[in-house]
Design a protein around this ligand. Structure first.
Ligand SMILES: [Zn+2]
Length: 263
């Protein structure tokens, strides 16, 4: 516990201007992690005020079971919060500070725990790889300095709206500033390794994204924010599948066999 606190403290204190993602990509990271977390917390609070949450214990237990299995192998020192929102769109999102939102509509598209793990892994990967920080750094930090969290307190202001969009919440505020294709691919790949490490079958991710593209319709869902072509996504996932299958087999051998019961 003490070790965790120290690690968190150090992360907050160090203001890095340059970083590298876990998959080796160079990143521009200008925002202090503490500020990003504060923005994520504030945005999540607002969403919880605006959107009804799922009351069913079975549904909550199912999604939390999948998320916890992944978080256990993620080496993240954060305290994560998983909330299931009553919303028919097959969507999910994640925010800095370890906030994950899953829409009930997703449970119609993700047919089993492995497919749900593919989405949750993808979302957790966006947070672990600091994609929001990178996006805010690229768009805002240089011009506006670091007093951005205040803008979130006034989400109707122009800056507030842009910030919500940069956090990936364009749907809620009526504008969409999507993740880059690069971020989506990285979250797909990292998410694939995370689910496999947790003992979920990575091959199910391909089926999940197929289900998604069939049910996506006109919704501006997080996963299709930059409209990566269906084929490109499948090709990339299959390229990473050998490594993912090795992680999956190791997880199985070490007894990681999650049984999250679908309601
Ligand atoms: Zn994404």
């Amino acid at each position: 516990m003490l070790k965790k606190l120290i690690i968190t403290g150090v992360t907050v204190l160090v203001l890095v201007s340059c970083g590298t993602s876990s998959l080796g990509r160079k990143q521009l990271i200008l925002m202090p992690a503490e500020q990003m977390d504060a923005m994520g917390n504030e945005a999540f609070k607002q969403i919880k005020q605006q959107t009804p949450t799922e009351a069913s214990d079975d549904v909550n237990r199912y999604v939390t079971c999948v998320a916890n299995a992944i978080l256990k192998v993620s080496d993240s020192p954060m305290q994560w919060e998983i909330v299931i929102f009553r919303d028919d769109t097959a969507n999910a999102f994640a925010l800095p500070g370890g906030k994950v939102g899953v829409h009930t509509g997703l449970l119609d598209v993700a047919e089993n725990q492995h497919q749900l793990a593919a989405v949750v892994g993808h979302e957790i990967a966006h947070v672990l790889e600091n994609h929001s920080n990178e996006r805010v750094s690229q768009e805002f930090a240089v011009q506006q300095g670091l007093g951005l969290a205040q803008a979130l307190g006034n989400p109707q202001s122009q800056t507030g709206q842009m910030l919500m969009g940069l956090l990936g919440l364009g749907v809620q505020v009526g504008i969409t500033l999507p993740y880059s294709r690069e971020h989506e691919s990285e979250a797909d790949e990292k998410g694939l390794y995370l689910m496999a490490k947790a003992g979920f079958d990575p091959r199910e991710s391909v089926k999940l994204w197929q289900n998604m593209s069939q049910s996506g319709g006109e919704q501006p869902l997080e996963f299709f924010s930059t409209h990566p072509s269906h084929e490109t996504r499948m090709v990339r996932l299959n390229q990473a599948m050998d490594r993912a299958m090795k992680l999956y087999q190791q997880a199985q051998a070490s007894g990681k066999k999650p049984h999250c019961k679908s309601p």
